[in-house]
Design a protein around this ligand. Structure first.
Ligand code: HAM
Length: 415
């Protein structure tokens, strides 16, 4: 029987070294930007108790209803591959008593997330997110700081995007508004799509997200939550906006902004990139002042965002070229140990260095050095010579030590 060709599962992908370089430099950029603002590195398990997401993300959301990879472990526990990172961060905050630390607690993360969606460009079943969360303070400067950090990250990754911003107020305002909205939707029920009509009682807000023409007309006349904010929430939002204005960041105030997760209160935002087509959301987030207590912890405000790594790379520009390596060529087999040692010493001296490892002829090695875009080739035989690949100039040196001195001095001059 011929064995079937093995492939990565639908909606997943491999990261090959040619893509890996851009991911590495994005990660380094995110670590630097977030790290300098005090967001410490955080990791949580890729699977959690299913209940965490059912309670945290919201039982009526698409994520919980349709998109989770849920399985039973051998002990009969229901586990779920994490579809997002905020619920896990809040769980960890409570579990490790982080409310006893100085507040706010600032976390940053990078890692795989899983949603059972129909795959298309920019939408996968396993994707990576960069995320940041600030827990334990409702200061509006945290909302503004986080938005500005994501704005910088996108700008420095070459992503052109539009920022949509709104406020959802608090749970009480939302509840009263929800009732007002449901009355409006029921009054005009016959004009709505079947899906929206079916969700009036469970998730009326999602009607703003609909592409259905009749529904859109009904929503254009709908009451707006942003006009119903209580004075405290309105003042909080005004402060967030003032800080963004001071920073010169442009945004569209968009009361129709709906995020696909239930935990949001007050500020919500989303960065969209037109070059991504249908999956235009490149990153988004908001405040979630009720989530920690909903998960059984002490009343704790929080705010954060997550951005899709693949979407940033799709919408962004190319990464900077990697450092040109030094290539150590071997004249004949008896010099391979000396060449191996020289490459190791060059790396020890802080250089990028590679050594011949495939038995090529000298001509083949020089061709390979060209393919690698090597700056310099050190040729190791009875004599050692250093060749500058830019000028083509080749000079003999006394020994390995002098070769390293010449190469590092050259790098210092050109760098
Ligand atoms: P989210 O908007 O569901 O928010 O996801 C954040 C980002 O993850 C999206 O903007 C998108 O770039 C990327 N993303 C989502 N689903 C996929 C997919 N199937 N394929 C590729 N990329 C995808 C959250 O996850 C919240 N936890 C954000 C947050 C943090 N809110 C507060 N704190």
């Amino acid at each position: 029987m011929a064995s079937a060709k093995l492939q990565a599962p639908r909606g997943t992908f491999d990261v090959l070294p040619s893509d890996g370089r851009r991911r590495d430099s994005l990660r380094a950029l995110a670590d630097d930007l977030l790290g300098r603002a005090g967001y410490g590195s955080f990791e949580s398990p890729v699977f959690e108790d299913t209940e965490l997401f059912a309670r945290g993300v919201g039982a009526s959301t698409d994520i919980v209803q349709k998109e989770m990879f849920t399985f039973e472990d051998k002990g009969g526990r229901s586990l779920t591959l994490r579809p997002e990172g905020t619920a896990g961060a809040c769980r960890a905050y409570v579990e490790h008593g982080m409310h006893k630390q100085p507040q706010p607690v600032k976390l940053r993360y990078w890692g795989p997330f899983f949603r059972h969606e129909t795959p298309q460009a920019g939408r996968y079943r396993q994707f990576a997110q960069i995320g940041a969360e600030a827990l334990g303070s409702d200061d509006p400067s945290l909302d503004a700081e986080l938005i500005l950090l994501l704005d910088s990250l996108l700008e420095r990754s070459g992503v052109k995007s539009r920022l949509r911003l709104s406020s959802l107020g608090n749970a009480g305002t939302r509840e009263a508004y929800g009732e007002e909205l449901r009355v409006h939707l029921r009054e005009r029920g016959s004009e709505l799509s079947e899906e929206v009509r079916g969700r009036i009682d469970t998730n009326a807000l999602r009607a703003f997200d609909s592409g259905h023409e009749g529904t859109r007309a009904v929503m254009a006349d709908a009451p707006r939550l942003i006009d119903r904010l209580d004075p405290g929430d309105a003042e909080h939002f005004a402060e967030v906006r003032a800080l963004l204005d001071d920073a010169g960041v442009a945004y569209d105030l968009d009361p129709t902004l709906v995020r696909g997760l239930d935990y949001y209160t007050r500020t919500v935002f989303e960065f969209e990139s037109p070059s991504l087509g249908a999956q235009s959301g490149v990153g988004g987030g908001g405040r979630y002042d009720g989530l920690v207590s909903q998960l059984g912890g002490p009343a704790t405000p929080g705010v954060g965002w997550a951005a899709g790594v693949e979407r940033i790379l799709l919408a962004g520009s190319a990464a900077p070229a990697p450092e040109a390596p030094v290539y150590v060529a071997i004249v004949d087999r008896e010099h391979r140990r000396a060449a191996f040692a020289l490459a190791r010493e060059l790396r020890g001296a802080g250089m990028a260095a590679q050594v011949e490892q495939a038995g090529r002829s000298m001509k083949g090695q020089m061709k390979h050095a060209g393919r690698l875009d090597a700056s310099t080739v050190v040729i190791v035989g009875d004599e050692i010579e250093v060749k500058d690949m830019g000028t083509g100039e080749q000079v003999p040196v006394a020994d390995a030590r002098e070769a390293i001195a010449v190469v590092t001095a050259g790098a210092a001059i050109s760098g």
